[in-house]
Ligand binder design. Structure first.
Ligand SMILES: [Zn+2]
Ligand SMILES: [Zn+2]
Ligand SMILES: [Zn+2]
Length: 330
């Protein structure tokens, strides 16, 4: 199965790839959402799905080989329920009170006077040395921060480092930092060749095939796509489209795409198929174009070749080549 067919088999993947091409993106970057936790906003936007489906789509995409995971960020989770919604508490190491007060310790550099910032700060926000009354403006020159300490408002004891505890906002259980679960979240790098193939098939080839089929149907042909015809040799040959009118006249159309230009090999194999099947008319559509040698070969073999980079360019060359259906003209 081609990459394009793989994507087509899941409507969410189609929506996601359409979105990526439209936005010119090739990476799915996870972001924290206060309600859902870490999610992939591009998947949410493109597919309009719930959180559990977002992760399903991401995992499927990687499992199918359309992209690769790459480490993005650390996520701390509740060890009991797995939620990443954690609340952090600072509390008194002596009496476990949560009512603690943080103080910044400052020094007036010139005279070495040290005190909590509250002793330096005036009501208008300016800093003034409580000892000598000098106004302190430049940090590092007039004053510096020499430490931070905490005071418990329950037992009034003073300490440098508060005890830290976490509470899960979902299951409400508490845990120490050592109890936390450390996990990671990945971004997804979409393979370049996958994006290219999707863009080409979905936005060039599929609309073109639809245009051609509609054109043939409108003028009275019956079509099969892909179509198979048995040659004189007994071998079954497959064509992109086989169209037949009511009198049995058939047109075979082969759509050949190439990264660069379609070469002589493809024209030769088309000629061999046509020689075996002997259709009323054979047309080769070469996207994005043909090499000089391939074009000469096509002329020599009497193969009608149409080439171009977009559906409208190709359709304008193709229409004059399609014979009037007997049913309509006759
Ligand atoms: Zn929990
Ligand atoms: Zn205390
Ligand atoms: Zn001073």
């Amino acid at each position: 199965m081609s990459v394009y067919d793989t994507i087509l088999s899941d409507k969410n993947l189609v929506k996601l790839f359409e979105h990526l091409i439209k936005k010119g993106k090739d990476v799915l970057v996870p972001e924290f959402d206060p309600k859902e936790g870490t999610t992939y906003p591009d998947v949410v936007e493109a597919c309009n799905v719930k959180q559990n489906e977002v992760l399903e789509i991401i995992n499927k995409l990687v499992a199918l080989g359309l992209g690769n995971f790459e480490y993005h960020d650390q996520i701390l989770r509740c060890p009991y329920c797995g939620a990443e919604h954690l609340k952090i508490y600072f509390y008194c190491p002596f009496c476990n009170s949560l009512q603690i007060y943080k103080e910044i310790l400052m020094e007036h550099i010139r005279d070495g006077v040290i005190g909590p910032i509250s002793k330096f700060k005036k009501s208008d926000g300016t800093l003034v040395c409580p000892s000598c009354g000098t106004k302190l403006t430049v940090e590092g020159k007039d004053y510096r921060t020499i430490g931070i300490w905490y005071r418990c408002l329950s037992c009034y004891r003073q300490f440098d480092i508060p005890k830290i505890n976490y509470q899960c906002r979902i299951c409400k259980k508490e845990m120490t930092p050592h109890g936390l679960m450390i996990t990671s979240i990945s971004k997804v790098i979409i393979k370049k060749e996958v994006l290219e193939e999707f863009a080409n098939k979905h936005f060039v080839i599929k609309p073109l095939m639809d245009d051609i089929k509609n054109e043939l149907l409108n003028i009275g042909f019956t079509i099969s796509s892909p179509g198979v015809l048995i040659g004189k040799s007994g071998i079954a040959h497959q064509f992109s489209i086989v169209a037949v009118d009511s009198t049995g006249r058939n047109i075979v159309i082969d759509l050949i795409t190439s990264k660069g230009k379609v070469g002589e090999g493809e024209i030769l194999s088309s000629f061999l198929k046509n020689a075996d099947v002997n259709p009323y008319k054979a047309i080769v559509i070469a996207i994005p174009g043909l090499t000089e040698g391939a074009r000469k070969l096509a002329t020599t073999y009497g193969i009608n070749v149409v080439s171009g980079e977009n559906p409208s360019e190709i359709m304008s060359q193709l229409k004059p080549l399609i014979p009037k259906s007997e049913k309509l003209s006759g």
